[in-house]
Design a protein around this ligand. Structure first.
Ligand SMILES: CC(C)(COP(=O)(O)OP(=O)(O)OC[C@H]1O[C@@H](n2cnc3c(N)ncnc32)[C@H](O)[C@@H]1OP(=O)(O)O)[C@@H](O)C(=O)NCCC(=O)NCCS
Length: 482
């Protein structure tokens, strides 16, 4: 039965494509119909007999039965009952329309503003004073915290510290990692906004990595104690020779491999790829360079003028103009975000992983098919999702929290890190009610469309709010005070 349906399904698809090629039917199609469905004309939905082989069809062409039948029982392609799902042409049409409409916008932008792309100007985003490099210095200083965490773990591994003292030292170290760069970014005048974002981001990543480093080493110690208690501490020979076991992992080489590896979750034995594929690596590096240029160009040419023009409506609280500006900003912002996603999660992380022969390349899943905001957040940034799940969510569940509280906790922690690193693409706290609304009222394709709308509209709202606040704090305050 299954076979029969499959055969008739593929036959129907083949006929459909042939119809489109031949302009809607003709003698050959009619002959096919006569052979495929001899009963359709009489009984309508009678079972379809096994189709005749192609060879017979060819010999019947021109035999005089050609114009007998040109209709059969079938649904229109757009009906869901037709089982037709090949919309590749429509997808191509969407892409062509997108390119054409954006080409018009691009031309309009060029005519209005001229060429604004200036690679030299980018340097000033990172550097205010050529003799002062606070952001790179901050990143170099971060090594001290990594080494501190390593030394604490070393002492704990030989029982030179009690677990409580170790925990206290780790907490102090991790708290400093959060506070120190924020204080520097606020107090040092020569640091630029872009420089401080990058430095704070590096520190946030280091915090998450060292948190994981501490957790995993603690789990290893707990296991060692359990194994000792069960007096089965001997690890089987074959496995022990190939893999590193605690405390042999406590080396600088292992720590720095983890710090540079494209993951936030520590493991004693990461899966490793067998070799570095040079062509793959070269492609990723070329993509990294190309997309960096493209993003910078699009931001300078397209985003900056729109943002600058949005400040006045925001100041005057002119709502209709604010909405118009938001919608105008939505297109370039979304395009840049998509490029950013590919650049970071595919090009950069794969390039680093290839260089380090890091085997786990699941940096993202199919978030573009998300039918809920929660699914999107679980799948667009897998390193962060894995960390949240392994070091925050599951431990909370194990301690007896219910799922809703644990999820909200994860979102709040995530929001905190987004704010700490001023990574202004999202306003995460607002996502909790948003996730609820989308999940409650939109399902299936509507849910997917709702997720896209929140991505396309939500981000420019956040960008404009952050830029507005920065503008008011840094450029408006002295004037209003005067
Ligand atoms: C909160 C979050 C971690 C939840 O993840 P999730 O996969 O939906 O969680 P689930 O409830 O389905 O459970 C996941 C795991 O918990 C385990 N689990 C469930 N109850 C458990 C319990 N009582 N004890 C221990 N583990 C439990 C499940 O077995 C499952 O394990 P598996 O992943 O190994 O299969 C996820 O939504 C998330 O990562 N959110 C934040 C993402 C984010 O901020 N991203 C920012 C990117 S910039």
């Amino acid at each position: 039965m299954g076979d029969r349906n499959g055969t008739s399904g593929s036959r129907r698809r083949r006929t459909a494509s042939r119809l489109s090629v031949q302009g809607g039917g003709g003698p050959v199609a009619a002959e096919e119909e006569a052979q495929d469905h001899p009963d359709v004309g009489a009984g309508g939905d009678a079972p379809t007999p096994t189709p005749a082989p192609d060879k017979d069809r060819d010999t019947n062409v021109g035999s005089g039965h050609l114009e007998l039948r040109c209709h059969r029982l079938q649904e229109s392609l757009f009906s869901s009952d037709s089982g037709f799902s090949n919309y590749r042409g429509i997808l191509n049409w969407c892409v062509v329309m997108l390119i054409l409409s954006n080409a018009r916008l691009f031309l309009e932008n060029l005519i209005k503003y001229g060429i604004l792309v200036d690679p030299i100007q980018v340097v000033s985003l990172f550097l205010k004073d050529p003799y002062s490099w606070p952001a790179p210095c901050l990143v170099i200083v971060a090594n001290i915290f990594a080494v501190a965490a390593f030394q604490i773990e070393k002492l704990l591994s030989v029982d030179a510290l009690t677990e409580q003292v170790g925990l206290l030292l780790h907490v102090a170290n991790l708290a400093t990692i959060l506070c120190f760069p924020a204080a520097v970014a606020l107090l040092v005048k020569s640091i630029t906004p872009v420089g401080s974002v990058l430095a704070l981001l590096s520190y946030s990543i280091l915090f998450l990595k060292l948190f994981s480093y501490r957790d995993v080493n603690l789990w290893c110690r707990q296991r060692r104690v359990k194994m000792k208690a069960a007096s089965s501490g001997k690890v089987s020979g074959a496995a022990a020779q190939q893999t590193v076991s605690y405390p042999d992992n406590l080396t600088y080489r292992d720590l720095y491999y983890f710090i540079f590896a494209p993951t936030l979750c520590y493991e004693l034995n990461f899966p490793r790829s067998p070799r570095i594929r040079k062509r793959f690596l070269l492609r990723r590096i070329l993509e990294m360079l190309f997309f960096t240029q493209l993003q910078v160009g699009l931001i300078q040419q397209w985003m900056v003028p729109t943002i600058q023009n949005s400040m006045k409506p925001f100041k005057d609280m002119d709502y209709s103009r604010i909405i118009e500006r938001l919608l105008k900003l939505a297109v370039p912002n979304h395009l840049i975000w998509l490029i950013f996603f590919y650049w970071l999660f595919h090009s950069c992380l794969n390039a680093v992983a290839e260089l380090m022969q890091f085997g786990d390349r699941e940096f993202y899943r199919d978030w573009w098919n998300s039918e809920s905001v929660t699914y999107f957040w679980q799948n667009w940034n897998i390193p962060v999702h894995k960390w949240c799940s392994r070091h925050f969510y599951k431990p909370m569940l194990r301690r007896g929290s219910n799922r809703w509280i644990a999820r909200t906790g994860v979102f709040l922690v995530s929001a905190f890190f987004h704010e700490v690193s001023a990574f202004c693409f999202t306003h995460l706290p607002s996502l909790v009610p948003l996730a609820w609304i989308v999940g409650r009222f939109f399902q299936g394709n509507y849910g997917n469309a709702a997720v896209w709308v929140t991505l396309i509209i939500g981000q420019p709202v956040a960008v404009l709010m952050y830029v507005h606040d920065y503008y008011v704090l840094n450029y408006e305050a002295p004037t209003s005070g005067a």
